[in-house]
Design a binder for this molecule. Structure first.
Ligand code: SAM
Ligand code: ZN
Length: 388
Protein backbone atom coordinates (compact mmCIF):
# COMPACT_ATOMS: atom_id res chain seq x y z
CA UNK A 1 0.00 0.00 0.00
CA UNK A 2 1.53 3.35 -1.02
CA UNK A 3 0.43 5.93 1.52
CA UNK A 4 0.58 9.67 2.08
CA UNK A 5 0.18 11.55 5.34
CA UNK A 6 -2.67 13.98 5.75
CA UNK A 7 -3.63 16.24 8.65
CA UNK A 8 -7.15 17.04 9.81
CA UNK A 9 -7.58 19.11 12.96
CA UNK A 10 -4.54 18.14 15.04
CA UNK A 11 -4.60 14.52 13.89
CA UNK A 12 -2.10 13.09 11.41
CA UNK A 13 -3.00 9.94 9.52
CA UNK A 14 -1.46 7.81 6.85
CA UNK A 15 -3.94 7.09 4.04
CA UNK A 16 -3.43 4.97 0.92
CA UNK A 17 -3.13 6.63 -2.46
CA UNK A 18 -5.97 5.64 -4.79
CA UNK A 19 -5.01 4.24 -8.21
CA UNK A 20 -4.73 6.95 -10.88
CA UNK A 21 -7.89 7.60 -12.98
CA UNK A 22 -10.24 5.90 -10.48
CA UNK A 23 -13.85 7.08 -10.93
CA UNK A 24 -14.38 7.47 -7.15
CA UNK A 25 -10.85 7.47 -5.67
CA UNK A 26 -11.83 6.92 -1.97
CA UNK A 27 -13.51 3.60 -2.77
CA UNK A 28 -10.78 2.48 -5.20
CA UNK A 29 -8.02 2.76 -2.57
CA UNK A 30 -7.07 -0.23 -0.40
CA UNK A 31 -8.50 1.61 2.62
CA UNK A 32 -11.19 4.27 2.32
CA UNK A 33 -10.39 7.94 2.93
CA UNK A 34 -12.57 10.73 1.56
CA UNK A 35 -11.10 14.25 1.95
CA UNK A 36 -14.54 15.69 1.06
CA UNK A 37 -15.80 14.44 4.45
CA UNK A 38 -13.44 16.69 6.43
CA UNK A 39 -16.34 19.10 7.14
CA UNK A 40 -18.41 16.18 8.46
CA UNK A 41 -15.50 15.06 10.69
CA UNK A 42 -14.75 18.63 11.88
CA UNK A 43 -18.38 19.05 12.91
CA UNK A 44 -18.19 15.60 14.52
CA UNK A 45 -15.28 16.76 16.69
CA UNK A 46 -17.18 19.89 17.77
CA UNK A 47 -20.54 18.12 18.28
CA UNK A 48 -18.99 15.24 20.22
CA UNK A 49 -16.98 17.69 22.36
CA UNK A 50 -20.17 19.66 23.07
CA UNK A 51 -22.04 16.49 23.99
CA UNK A 52 -19.22 15.28 26.25
CA UNK A 53 -19.32 18.62 28.09
CA UNK A 54 -23.07 18.10 28.61
CA UNK A 55 -22.48 14.59 29.95
CA UNK A 56 -19.77 15.84 32.32
CA UNK A 57 -21.90 18.74 33.54
CA UNK A 58 -24.51 16.23 34.77
CA UNK A 59 -21.84 14.83 37.09
CA UNK A 60 -22.97 11.24 36.50
CA UNK A 61 -19.84 10.15 34.65
CA UNK A 62 -16.12 10.94 34.50
CA UNK A 63 -14.37 11.82 31.24
CA UNK A 64 -12.19 8.69 31.48
CA UNK A 65 -15.29 6.47 31.67
CA UNK A 66 -16.87 7.72 28.43
CA UNK A 67 -16.65 5.21 25.56
CA UNK A 68 -16.98 6.22 21.87
CA UNK A 69 -17.02 3.75 19.00
CA UNK A 70 -16.15 4.52 15.39
CA UNK A 71 -17.76 1.30 14.12
CA UNK A 72 -16.67 1.78 10.46
CA UNK A 73 -13.26 3.26 10.95
CA UNK A 74 -11.36 2.66 7.64
CA UNK A 75 -8.10 4.64 8.22
CA UNK A 76 -9.18 5.35 11.81
CA UNK A 77 -9.35 9.07 11.23
CA UNK A 78 -12.80 9.72 12.71
CA UNK A 79 -12.18 7.91 16.01
CA UNK A 80 -8.56 9.07 16.26
CA UNK A 81 -9.75 12.65 16.02
CA UNK A 82 -12.25 12.05 18.83
CA UNK A 83 -9.55 10.51 21.06
CA UNK A 84 -6.90 13.14 20.22
CA UNK A 85 -9.04 16.27 19.86
CA UNK A 86 -11.91 15.60 22.30
CA UNK A 87 -9.90 13.55 24.80
CA UNK A 88 -12.16 10.54 25.35
CA UNK A 89 -11.55 6.84 24.79
CA UNK A 90 -12.35 5.64 21.26
CA UNK A 91 -12.71 2.12 19.87
CA UNK A 92 -11.77 2.04 16.17
CA UNK A 93 -13.36 -0.86 14.36
CA UNK A 94 -13.22 -2.10 10.78
CA UNK A 95 -13.61 -5.64 9.50
CA UNK A 96 -11.12 -5.14 6.66
CA UNK A 97 -7.64 -6.56 7.42
CA UNK A 98 -5.94 -3.70 5.51
CA UNK A 99 -7.94 -1.12 7.45
CA UNK A 100 -7.16 -2.84 10.78
CA UNK A 101 -3.39 -2.72 10.08
CA UNK A 102 -3.59 0.93 9.00
CA UNK A 103 -5.65 1.87 12.09
CA UNK A 104 -2.95 0.36 14.35
CA UNK A 105 -0.24 2.30 12.49
CA UNK A 106 -2.24 5.54 12.74
CA UNK A 107 -2.78 5.02 16.48
CA UNK A 108 1.05 4.85 16.84
CA UNK A 109 1.63 7.93 14.64
CA UNK A 110 -0.60 9.93 16.99
CA UNK A 111 0.70 8.38 20.21
CA UNK A 112 -2.87 7.45 21.16
CA UNK A 113 -2.22 3.88 22.37
CA UNK A 114 -3.67 4.65 25.83
CA UNK A 115 -6.86 6.29 24.63
CA UNK A 116 -7.83 3.97 21.77
CA UNK A 117 -8.48 0.35 20.95
CA UNK A 118 -8.40 -1.16 17.44
CA UNK A 119 -10.84 -4.01 16.72
CA UNK A 120 -11.50 -6.06 13.57
CA UNK A 121 -15.11 -7.23 13.73
CA UNK A 122 -18.32 -7.08 11.84
CA UNK A 123 -19.77 -3.84 13.21
CA UNK A 124 -23.05 -5.60 14.01
CA UNK A 125 -21.23 -8.18 16.14
CA UNK A 126 -19.24 -5.55 18.03
CA UNK A 127 -22.32 -3.41 18.66
CA UNK A 128 -24.36 -6.35 19.92
CA UNK A 129 -21.47 -7.46 22.16
CA UNK A 130 -20.64 -4.12 23.75
CA UNK A 131 -22.33 -0.95 24.89
CA UNK A 132 -20.86 2.48 24.18
CA UNK A 133 -21.93 5.93 25.35
CA UNK A 134 -21.44 7.35 21.86
CA UNK A 135 -21.96 5.19 18.78
CA UNK A 136 -20.84 6.60 15.42
CA UNK A 137 -22.23 4.87 12.34
CA UNK A 138 -20.43 6.08 9.19
CA UNK A 139 -20.66 3.23 6.67
CA UNK A 140 -20.69 3.03 2.87
CA UNK A 141 -24.14 4.16 1.68
CA UNK A 142 -27.04 3.21 3.91
CA UNK A 143 -26.74 2.77 7.69
CA UNK A 144 -29.97 0.72 7.71
CA UNK A 145 -28.43 -2.80 8.18
CA UNK A 146 -26.58 -1.53 11.26
CA UNK A 147 -29.26 0.50 12.99
CA UNK A 148 -30.63 -2.33 15.12
CA UNK A 149 -27.20 -3.16 16.59
CA UNK A 150 -26.30 0.53 16.97
CA UNK A 151 -29.58 1.15 18.82
CA UNK A 152 -28.92 -1.82 21.10
CA UNK A 153 -25.39 -0.62 21.89
CA UNK A 154 -25.87 3.10 22.45
CA UNK A 155 -26.27 4.66 25.87
CA UNK A 156 -26.15 8.40 25.28
CA UNK A 157 -25.60 9.65 21.71
CA UNK A 158 -26.07 8.04 18.32
CA UNK A 159 -24.34 9.76 15.38
CA UNK A 160 -25.29 8.54 11.92
CA UNK A 161 -24.15 9.34 8.38
CA UNK A 162 -26.17 8.18 5.37
CA UNK A 163 -24.74 8.69 1.89
CA UNK A 164 -27.59 6.89 0.08
CA UNK A 165 -29.38 10.13 -0.66
CA UNK A 166 -31.15 8.80 -3.78
CA UNK A 167 -33.13 6.16 -1.82
CA UNK A 168 -33.70 8.51 1.12
CA UNK A 169 -34.91 11.39 -1.00
CA UNK A 170 -37.24 9.44 -3.26
CA UNK A 171 -35.10 9.35 -6.42
CA UNK A 172 -34.75 5.55 -6.01
CA UNK A 173 -38.22 4.94 -4.59
CA UNK A 174 -38.21 1.18 -4.04
CA UNK A 175 -34.70 1.15 -2.56
CA UNK A 176 -35.87 3.80 -0.07
CA UNK A 177 -38.93 1.77 0.88
CA UNK A 178 -36.81 -1.37 1.36
CA UNK A 179 -34.11 0.28 3.49
CA UNK A 180 -36.22 2.59 5.63
CA UNK A 181 -39.77 1.13 5.54
CA UNK A 182 -41.00 4.58 4.52
CA UNK A 183 -42.33 6.06 1.30
CA UNK A 184 -40.40 9.20 0.36
CA UNK A 185 -41.51 11.79 -2.23
CA UNK A 186 -39.10 13.26 -4.74
CA UNK A 187 -40.15 16.91 -4.48
CA UNK A 188 -38.14 20.14 -4.43
CA UNK A 189 -37.69 19.61 -0.68
CA UNK A 190 -36.26 16.09 -1.20
CA UNK A 191 -33.22 16.84 1.00
CA UNK A 192 -35.45 17.55 4.01
CA UNK A 193 -37.55 14.51 3.07
CA UNK A 194 -34.39 12.36 3.20
CA UNK A 195 -33.40 13.71 6.61
CA UNK A 196 -36.89 13.08 8.01
CA UNK A 197 -37.05 9.55 6.56
CA UNK A 198 -33.69 8.77 8.23
CA UNK A 199 -34.71 10.31 11.57
CA UNK A 200 -38.00 8.41 11.48
CA UNK A 201 -36.15 5.16 10.88
CA UNK A 202 -33.75 5.94 13.78
CA UNK A 203 -36.69 6.69 16.10
CA UNK A 204 -38.33 3.35 15.28
CA UNK A 205 -35.06 1.37 15.65
CA UNK A 206 -34.37 2.96 19.04
CA UNK A 207 -37.99 2.37 20.09
CA UNK A 208 -37.50 -1.41 19.67
CA UNK A 209 -34.80 -1.15 22.34
CA UNK A 210 -36.98 1.04 24.59
CA UNK A 211 -34.93 4.16 23.94
CA UNK A 212 -36.26 7.57 23.01
CA UNK A 213 -34.35 10.29 21.15
CA UNK A 214 -33.82 14.04 20.99
CA UNK A 215 -32.19 15.23 17.76
CA UNK A 216 -29.36 17.55 18.83
CA UNK A 217 -28.05 18.46 15.38
CA UNK A 218 -28.70 17.28 11.83
CA UNK A 219 -27.56 18.56 8.46
CA UNK A 220 -27.84 17.60 4.83
CA UNK A 221 -24.67 18.52 2.99
CA UNK A 222 -24.05 17.70 -0.67
CA UNK A 223 -24.28 13.91 -0.93
CA UNK A 224 -24.95 12.93 2.65
CA UNK A 225 -27.22 13.26 5.66
CA UNK A 226 -25.69 13.45 9.13
CA UNK A 227 -27.46 13.43 12.47
CA UNK A 228 -26.55 13.49 16.19
CA UNK A 229 -29.26 12.07 18.43
CA UNK A 230 -29.31 12.19 22.19
CA UNK A 231 -30.59 8.80 23.34
CA UNK A 232 -32.65 8.44 26.53
CA UNK A 233 -33.85 5.05 27.73
CA UNK A 234 -37.36 4.40 29.03
CA UNK A 235 -40.80 3.63 27.69
CA UNK A 236 -42.08 7.14 28.50
CA UNK A 237 -39.25 8.56 26.39
CA UNK A 238 -40.14 6.21 23.55
CA UNK A 239 -43.82 7.16 23.67
CA UNK A 240 -42.88 10.85 23.62
CA UNK A 241 -40.50 10.28 20.72
CA UNK A 242 -43.07 8.45 18.62
CA UNK A 243 -45.49 11.38 18.98
CA UNK A 244 -43.21 13.23 16.54
CA UNK A 245 -43.78 10.62 13.84
CA UNK A 246 -46.26 11.07 11.02
CA UNK A 247 -46.77 11.73 7.34
CA UNK A 248 -46.62 14.67 5.00
CA UNK A 249 -49.16 15.39 2.31
CA UNK A 250 -48.09 17.18 -0.83
CA UNK A 251 -50.16 18.63 -3.63
CA UNK A 252 -48.32 18.33 -6.95
CA UNK A 253 -50.71 20.87 -8.51
CA UNK A 254 -50.56 23.89 -6.18
CA UNK A 255 -47.56 23.09 -3.96
CA UNK A 256 -49.55 22.75 -0.72
CA UNK A 257 -47.77 20.64 1.89
CA UNK A 258 -48.65 19.80 5.45
CA UNK A 259 -47.85 17.36 8.29
CA UNK A 260 -50.22 14.72 9.66
CA UNK A 261 -49.09 13.45 13.08
CA UNK A 262 -49.52 9.82 14.12
CA UNK A 263 -48.75 6.35 12.78
CA UNK A 264 -52.34 5.22 12.21
CA UNK A 265 -53.94 8.24 10.58
CA UNK A 266 -56.82 9.17 8.35
CA UNK A 267 -55.61 11.26 5.44
CA UNK A 268 -57.97 13.20 3.25
CA UNK A 269 -56.62 12.80 -0.29
CA UNK A 270 -58.14 16.06 -1.58
CA UNK A 271 -55.87 19.09 -1.44
CA UNK A 272 -57.44 21.57 1.02
CA UNK A 273 -56.33 24.45 -1.23
CA UNK A 274 -57.10 23.35 -4.81
CA UNK A 275 -58.95 20.01 -4.52
CA UNK A 276 -56.39 18.05 -6.58
CA UNK A 277 -55.32 14.54 -5.50
CA UNK A 278 -52.46 14.79 -2.98
CA UNK A 279 -49.44 12.53 -2.54
CA UNK A 280 -48.39 11.06 0.82
CA UNK A 281 -44.91 10.44 2.22
CA UNK A 282 -44.01 8.64 5.43
CA UNK A 283 -43.75 7.57 8.10
CA UNK A 284 -41.37 10.45 8.81
CA UNK A 285 -39.92 12.34 11.76
CA UNK A 286 -41.89 15.59 11.96
CA UNK A 287 -40.28 17.00 15.12
CA UNK A 288 -37.30 19.36 15.42
CA UNK A 289 -34.08 18.04 13.87
CA UNK A 290 -31.79 20.18 15.98
CA UNK A 291 -31.76 21.88 19.34
CA UNK A 292 -30.76 25.58 19.09
CA UNK A 293 -28.94 25.51 22.46
CA UNK A 294 -26.84 22.55 21.32
CA UNK A 295 -26.05 24.34 18.04
CA UNK A 296 -24.64 27.24 20.10
CA UNK A 297 -22.52 24.81 22.11
CA UNK A 298 -21.20 23.28 18.85
CA UNK A 299 -20.40 26.74 17.48
CA UNK A 300 -18.42 27.50 20.68
CA UNK A 301 -16.49 24.24 20.24
CA UNK A 302 -15.81 25.07 16.57
CA UNK A 303 -14.25 28.33 17.79
CA UNK A 304 -11.78 26.68 20.15
CA UNK A 305 -10.62 23.75 18.00
CA UNK A 306 -8.08 24.21 15.19
CA UNK A 307 -10.13 23.09 12.17
CA UNK A 308 -9.60 23.63 8.46
CA UNK A 309 -13.33 23.96 7.71
CA UNK A 310 -14.13 26.14 10.75
CA UNK A 311 -15.82 29.01 8.85
CA UNK A 312 -17.90 26.75 6.64
CA UNK A 313 -18.93 24.62 9.61
CA UNK A 314 -19.92 27.68 11.69
CA UNK A 315 -22.02 29.04 8.84
CA UNK A 316 -23.77 25.70 8.36
CA UNK A 317 -24.56 25.20 12.05
CA UNK A 318 -25.77 28.82 12.35
CA UNK A 319 -28.21 28.23 9.47
CA UNK A 320 -29.41 25.01 11.14
CA UNK A 321 -29.89 26.80 14.45
CA UNK A 322 -31.88 29.65 12.96
CA UNK A 323 -34.29 27.80 10.71
CA UNK A 324 -37.94 27.47 11.74
CA UNK A 325 -39.17 24.15 13.14
CA UNK A 326 -41.74 23.71 10.38
CA UNK A 327 -41.47 20.54 8.27
CA UNK A 328 -40.75 20.92 4.56
CA UNK A 329 -39.23 24.08 3.12
CA UNK A 330 -40.33 25.96 -0.01
CA UNK A 331 -38.02 26.76 -2.92
CA UNK A 332 -38.52 30.27 -4.24
CA UNK A 333 -37.41 29.26 -7.75
CA UNK A 334 -40.04 26.52 -8.03
CA UNK A 335 -42.83 28.92 -7.06
CA UNK A 336 -41.47 31.66 -9.35
CA UNK A 337 -41.38 29.23 -12.27
CA UNK A 338 -45.04 28.31 -11.73
CA UNK A 339 -46.06 31.96 -11.47
CA UNK A 340 -43.82 33.18 -14.30
CA UNK A 341 -42.37 35.59 -11.71
CA UNK A 342 -38.76 36.58 -11.21
CA UNK A 343 -36.93 35.65 -8.02
CA UNK A 344 -35.76 38.26 -5.50
CA UNK A 345 -33.02 38.00 -2.89
CA UNK A 346 -34.12 35.35 -0.40
CA UNK A 347 -33.76 37.82 2.51
CA UNK A 348 -36.11 40.26 0.72
CA UNK A 349 -38.74 37.54 0.34
CA UNK A 350 -38.39 36.49 3.99
CA UNK A 351 -38.81 40.09 5.18
CA UNK A 352 -41.90 40.47 2.96
CA UNK A 353 -43.47 37.30 4.39
CA UNK A 354 -42.76 38.52 7.93
CA UNK A 355 -44.26 41.93 7.08
CA UNK A 356 -47.50 40.08 6.30
CA UNK A 357 -47.59 38.73 9.87
CA UNK A 358 -46.16 35.25 9.23
CA UNK A 359 -43.02 33.54 10.46
CA UNK A 360 -40.26 32.95 7.91
CA UNK A 361 -36.60 31.91 7.88
CA UNK A 362 -33.84 30.69 5.59
CA UNK A 363 -32.82 27.01 5.75
CA UNK A 364 -29.49 25.22 5.64
CA UNK A 365 -30.87 22.91 2.91
CA UNK A 366 -30.44 25.37 0.04
CA UNK A 367 -29.74 29.02 -0.63
CA UNK A 368 -32.95 29.58 -2.61
CA UNK A 369 -35.24 28.03 0.01
CA UNK A 370 -37.23 29.27 2.98
CA UNK A 371 -39.50 28.03 5.74
CA UNK A 372 -42.74 29.69 6.71
CA UNK A 373 -46.10 29.15 8.36
CA UNK A 374 -47.77 31.22 5.62
CA UNK A 375 -50.27 29.23 3.52
CA UNK A 376 -49.22 28.59 -0.07
CA UNK A 377 -51.79 31.04 -1.60
CA UNK A 378 -50.36 33.83 0.61
CA UNK A 379 -46.79 32.91 -0.34
CA UNK A 380 -47.72 33.11 -4.01
CA UNK A 381 -49.40 36.52 -3.56
CA UNK A 382 -46.29 37.86 -1.81
CA UNK A 383 -43.92 36.50 -4.46
CA UNK A 384 -46.17 37.83 -7.22
CA UNK A 385 -46.24 41.30 -5.62
CA UNK A 386 -42.44 41.35 -5.15
CA UNK A 387 -41.92 40.38 -8.77
CA UNK A 388 -44.00 43.40 -9.77
C1 SAM B 1 -17.20 4.88 4.44
S1 SAM B 1 -15.91 3.92 5.12
C2 SAM B 1 -15.68 4.67 6.68
C3 SAM B 1 -15.08 6.03 6.64
C4 SAM B 1 -14.60 6.57 7.95
N1 SAM B 1 -15.62 6.52 8.99
C5 SAM B 1 -14.06 7.99 7.77
O1 SAM B 1 -14.62 8.96 8.35
O2 SAM B 1 -13.08 8.12 7.02
C6 SAM B 1 -16.68 2.41 5.53
C7 SAM B 1 -15.76 1.37 6.18
O3 SAM B 1 -16.60 0.39 6.76
C8 SAM B 1 -16.01 -0.90 6.64
N2 SAM B 1 -17.12 -1.86 6.73
C9 SAM B 1 -18.12 -2.08 5.83
N3 SAM B 1 -19.01 -2.97 6.32
C10 SAM B 1 -18.57 -3.31 7.57
C11 SAM B 1 -19.07 -4.16 8.60
N4 SAM B 1 -20.19 -4.84 8.44
N5 SAM B 1 -18.37 -4.24 9.75
C12 SAM B 1 -17.21 -3.54 9.94
N6 SAM B 1 -16.69 -2.73 9.00
C13 SAM B 1 -17.36 -2.60 7.84
C14 SAM B 1 -15.30 -0.86 5.30
O4 SAM B 1 -14.20 -1.78 5.33
C15 SAM B 1 -14.84 0.62 5.23
O5 SAM B 1 -13.52 0.76 5.67
ZN1 ZN C 1 -53.44 21.78 -4.24
Amino acid sequence: MICKTIVEGTTKVSVPLPPPNATFPPSAAAVFYNPEMELNRDINVAATAAFVERLLSRKEILREEIRYVDAFSASGIRGLRIAGEVGIHATLNDWSPDAFELIKENIKINGLEELTLATRKNANVLLHEQKFHIVDVDPFGTPSPFMDAASASVWSMLSVTATDTAPLCGAHLNAGIRKYAAVPLNTEYHSEMGLRVLLGACARELAKHEKGMFPLLSHVTRHYVRTYLEVIPGTKQVNRTLKSMGFTIHCPKCGFRGPVYGLAVHIDRECPVCGALTQIAGPLWLGPFREPGFCDEVISELEIHPLNTKDKAKKLITFCRDELDIPMFYDQHVICKELGASATRIETLIEAIKAHGFEASRTHFSGTSFKTDAPIPEIKKIIGALSG
